[in-house]
Design a protein around this ligand. Structure first.
Ligand code: PMP
Length: 385
């Protein structure tokens, strides 16, 4: 049975060129880049080149970027670094729909007594900017807001957030979890060149690179404190022998994605609009993603249907999608559903479909046929009981 993979917001298939780069690096570039012989300097040069590539894509200088084990580490690093620098009376702000790798760090500080504030969102996940104007003040030391929500695909209005921040809290660190947006959206609301955040987190496995590698970009004025101490790699900001193969694979994925970005974005916009239109015709359906959300990501709910059962039925047909988000499968109900005010009868039947450049209209039609059939069967079962 052929597979239709529609869970690209969870992770992506690794590009063959990336696999080749990684394989070559594992075979040939095994020297410790910090060693002093020429072969090791060769590896260092390759890592430096990879850093230039990723830094350029994030609009920072290579000196303003460290490689990490992924966005979870990048997010933890910048949040902890900023809070540790906080003096007595301060507050930190994030949105109510962040990824757990931001949300749980904020919750931890909240438990420790820090003044933590969460920006509310509307039913499509858009930030309440009026709330931000009222709550961001000169005591706010950190404002962390994602560019694209991983469950809904909502593109956050970071351009407006930045304006508010510059006016009301110019010294506050503005961090952006850019994981779901990286090389996937040219939307002006999240244009890094215009917004120039103080810190940005990304992960390689969302852009057809390997898992377990990512980056944190930061403006040199950001005065980063390391999360990991040790051998002093990455100018002392991230100790641990560099993950050479993964770093080179990451940079290769950035190169390839960057070249295709405009074409892929256009194609995915059309497919997403088509899918949304078709799903909205199904009885008892509700589209949770905004119309101007990330191309390729659609979140929808079906009344009186259990998403786990739906997912399982589609899995048996070789169609792989997700319920809400893959990162929170062990959490009963997504807090994102709560934040957008999704009622329980819809919340339990929520799915996330996320495409990539290889997704075709035939794939979407096959998904739709199977989805409609599965929903019909499930509803028949529940009305019989
Ligand atoms: N932020 C967002 C928005 C994400 O979607 C993810 C991955 N699901 C992460 C952070 C964490 O990335 P990683 O798993 O690579 O640490």
């Amino acid at each position: 049975m052929s597979e239709i993979y529609l869970d690209n917001a969870a992770t992506t298939k690794v590009y063959p060129e990336v696999i080749q780069t990684i394989t070559e690096a594992l075979n040939e570039d095994y020297y410790n880049p910090s060693s002093f012989y020429r072969s090791a300097s060769g590896v260092r040069a390759k890592i430096n080149h990879a850093k230039e590539t990723v830094a350029k894509a994030l609009n920072v200088d290579p000196k303003e970027l460290i490689f990490t084990s992924g966005a979870t580490e990048s997010n933890n690093t910048i949040i902890n670094s900023t809070v540790k620098r906080g003096r007595k009376d301060f507050n930190i702000i994030t949105s109510s729909v962040e990824h757990p790798s931001v949300m749980n760090v904020f919750k931890e500080y909240e438990n420790q007594g820090v003044d933590v504030r969460y920006i509310p969102v509307d039913e499509k996940g858009n930030l309440d900017l009026e709330w931000l104007k009222e709550n961001l003040d000169d005591k706010t030391i950190l404002l962390s807001v994602m560019a694209v929500n991983n469950e809904l695909g909502t593109i956050m209005d970071l351009a407006s957030v930045k304006k508010i921040k510059d006016k009301q809290a110019p010294k506050c660190i503005f961090h952006v979890d850019y994981v779901q947006a990286f090389l996937k959206s040219t939307d002006p609301r999240i244009n890094l060149k215009k917004i120039k955040p103080d810190a940005v987190s990304v992960s390689a496995h969302k852009i057809h690179g390997p898992k377990g590698v990512g980056a944190l970009a930061f403006r040199k004025e950001t005065k980063l404190k390391p999360l990991l101490l040790g051998g002093g790699q990455e100018e002392g900001l991230r100790s641990g022998t560099e993950n050479t193969a993964s770093i080179l694979g990451f940079s290769k994925a950035v190169e390839i994605m960057g070249e295709k970005q405009a074409d892929v974005e256009k194609k995915l916009r059309e497919l997403t609009d088509y899918l949304a239109e078709q799903i909205s015709r199904i009885e008892g359906s509700k589209i949770n993603s905004p119309e101007d959300g990330l191309p390729g990501l659609l979140n929808a709910s079906f009344k009186d249907v259990k998403s786990e059962v739906l997912l399982h039925m589609l899995d048996q047909k070789g169609i792989l999608i997700s319920a809400g988000s893959a990162c929170s499968t062990h959490v009963k109900d997504s807090y994102v559903h709560g934040a957008i005010g999704l009622r329980p009868e819809y919340s339990h039947g929520t799915i996330r479909i996320s495409m990539d450049e290889t997704t075709t209209k035939e794939d979407i039609d096959t998904l739709l046929d199977n989805l409609k059939q599965a929903i019909k069967n499930l509803r028949k079962l529940t009305t019989r009981n």
